[in-house]
Structure formats: C-alpha cells, structure tokens
Ligand binder design. Sequence first.
Ligand SMILES: [Mg+2]
Length: 159
Amino acid sequence: MASMMKNILENPSTAVIFDVDGTLTDYAYGETHAQLELDFSDRERADATNIYDDSCRRIKTMHRYIQSHGIGMIACLSVEATHRERWKLEMLWRNYGIPSDRVFFVRSSEEKVAKAKEIAEMLFDAATDVVMVDDDISTLARFQQETGILTATPMTFVD
Ligand SMILES: [Mg+2]
C-alpha cells in the first residue's frame, strides 16, 4: 500500500466507501469463468442465480480492515439494476458485518459520484477524508475529476 494512502486509511477519522462487486467480493462465482453475468445469452438464468449465497466468500484483507476501522466510518455503494439488492445486503452482513443502513444502491456507475457525495454529507460530515474504493478505473477517474473524495483500489489494501 502506498504509504500516504496507508496513513490516510489507518486514520480513524477517515471515512471509506466501498464498491461491492470486485471490491468486497471476488468475481469468480462460476466453476470455470470469472463472472456468470458475462454470459449475456442467458441473462435470465444469471438474474435468477444468487451469486451472493454462501459460496460468495469474504475477502479476508478487506474484512480485517473493516473490522479494525469500525463500521461507523464505513459505507458501501453498489450498482444494482436488478432484484438482487436483498442478496447483496445479506452477503455484506454475513461476510463483513455491514448493516443494510450502510449500503447504498445506484442504477448505473455514472450515478456513483452524486450518491457518494450524498453519503459523505449525510454520514461522514466530520470525517477528515473520504476515500472511495473501487475496482473500475472509469469510476475512479470520475471521482478524481469531479469530487474532493480520494480514491483507492482493492489492491491498495494488499501488501
Ligand atoms: Mg466493482
């Protein structure tokens, strides 16, 4: 982890907003492929399959960080355009102890910036810094260009 960002993330008054898919979950839900949903030919089956069931494993590095940093300075921001919000909420509680009132959904990644600003104002007014953690480079670029919110990737947490 870059040392400046490491210091920021370890500061108890830093708030962290986590993306979910690819950040707090692995994409490796299928037996032989990384992401079931890439199979657009069978979208209905993909939508009907709970990819957030017990086989959706906790990322230990992220879990350790969330536990030590404390839920009070954590939120999640996820794109969800289907009925899967409930499955995702159950998974975040089971794997990370993140309660549903800390999880926010938008319909597209373009909406993440505006929603993150809302979350920051609503929950993290007293925070020294707010960091958005996301695995999507376009999303990170948008945050860098359009907000004062800092950015990091899941890899930032890996030594
Ligand atoms: Mg993602």
